[in-house]
Design a protein around this ligand. Structure first.
Ligand SMILES: *Cc1c(COP(=O)(O)O)cnc(C)c1O
Length: 382
């Protein structure tokens, strides 16, 4: 995929060498039958794939439009899509003879997936996490520690996700034995492409499943966007098809309030974490803080391939507020007995908005990127 002006490698020269080495190994791995066999084995036997594509009949009635199918990434081991990528990258690190994995995490979901896979493959694991996030996400921090990972508290800047990424890159530069496992389709090349490839299993399965169940392709698909990995993983196999694609960012307390996580809405192109993309920044290129009630969405940028799809007009990028997401969380739970992650609830909320624009015989696939157990406290406080 050519992402036009987006993406690239905006990093120091020493880091470029390391990134080129990762790219070389990644390309080899993608051609290596043994590597792919191992990756698929763990997706099936450890993660529990394929995840079902579930026809949500009650929810469909509620929405009053097209038939809504849920891609159940919430049923994966550790409760979200992030493990697909973590397994792929840890296998790659092992192929490169690395002995130490590092990762950044915001809400702790990627940290948890990484610590889990490191425990499975017996490899040392350090998670960089903002001090503020550590205080907010005690359960995930405790789980990571139980899994044998070291959790490093990041105090610079705001003490949140973007700062944890900066610190992880610095650590990578100083340590030869380290592999940096990025959790979303962001960062310098080859990360966005690599993370995408390890998530395309979502869309590959969904395409086969919808053809089996409906005998035709969906008219639309919807996924939430933090950095953009569950979405690009679902979309990839459908980009060449006649299917409407919706990527949904967090509108937080409302786009006009400035308290949101919608970098495309803000419309400013800049450099963040080694890539060129849409970034939430002010006139002086100073990074702004992203906000969403769902910590998995409050990233102040977006993966470069989404920036490209937006620019080309191939994908429609929109946003959903905290209030709308909470409402959708409650509705799906009551209608289907499925508690969605607050992140995924943004995609669910968008389905409620647009289902009526499609015929009743049409289908829409909504990516249920994760389960909502972690969010129950938030919903009750709210
Ligand atoms: C991390 C996370 C997201 C957002 O990340 P993407 O890379 O945009 O997919 C969405 N949903 C869940 C459940 C997550 O844990």
């Amino acid at each position: 995929m050519n992402d036009g002006e987006f993406g690239g490698q905006y990093v120091p020269q020493e880091l470029k060498k390391e990134l080129d080495l990762i790219e070389k190994n990644f390309k080899e791995a993608m051609e290596d039958k043994e590597f792919l066999k191992k990756y698929e084995y763990y997706l099936k036997q450890y993660v529990g794939r394929p995840s079902p594509l579930y026809y949500a009949e009650n929810f469909t009635k509620f929405c009053g439009g097209a038939k809504i199918y849920l891609k159940r990434e919430d049923l994966n081991h550790t409760g979200a899509h992030k493990i697909n990528n973590a397994i792929g990258q840890v296998l790659l690190a092992k192929k490169m003879n690395k002995t130490h994995i590092i990762a950044e995490t915001g809400a702790g979901q990627h940290g948890l997936a990484t610590a889990t896979v490191c425990s499975l493959f017996k490899i040392k694991c350090t998670i960089f996490m903002g001090k503020v996030d550590i205080e907010k996400q005690k359960v995930n921090v405790d789980k990571m520690k139980l899994l044998g990972a070291e959790v490093k508290s990041v105090t610079r800047g705001q003490g949140t996700l973007a700062d944890a990424v900066d610190e992880a890159f610095e650590y990578l530069l100083e340590h030869k034995d380290v592999f940096y496992l990025i959790g979303s389709a962001v960062g310098p090349a080859p990360y966005p492409e690599m993370v995408k490839q390890f998530q395309t299993v979502i869309g590959r399965e969904a395409k086969q499943q919808i053809l089996e169940q409906e005998g035709k392709l969906p008219k639309a698909m919807i996924a939430c966007i933090g950095g953009g990995s569950n979405s690009i993983g679902l979309f990839h196999d459908f980009i060449g098809e006649n299917v409407d694609i919706y990527g949904i960012e967090g509108a937080g307390k409302g786009l006009k309030t400035g308290k949101h996580a919608s970098s495309i809405y803000q419309g400013k192109i800049g450099i963040l974490h080694g890539m060129k993309t849409y970034v939430m920044q002010d006139e002086n290129h100073k990074l702004q803080e992203a906000y969403s009630i769902s910590s998995g969405l409050d990233y102040p940028g977006i993966g470069p391939e989404h920036a490209f799809l937006h620019e080309m007009g191939r994908g429609k990028y929109d946003s959903i507020t905290d209030d709308e997401a909470i409402e959708a969380f409650k509705i799906l739970t009551l209608e289907e007995g499925i508690i969605p992650a607050l992140e995924s609830s943004h995609a669910v909320a968008y389905a409620i908005k647009i289902a009526k624009k499609y015929h009743k015989e049409d289908c829409i696939i909504v990516n249920l990127s994760g389960r909502g157990d972690k969010d129950v406290d938030t919903i009750f406080v709210y």
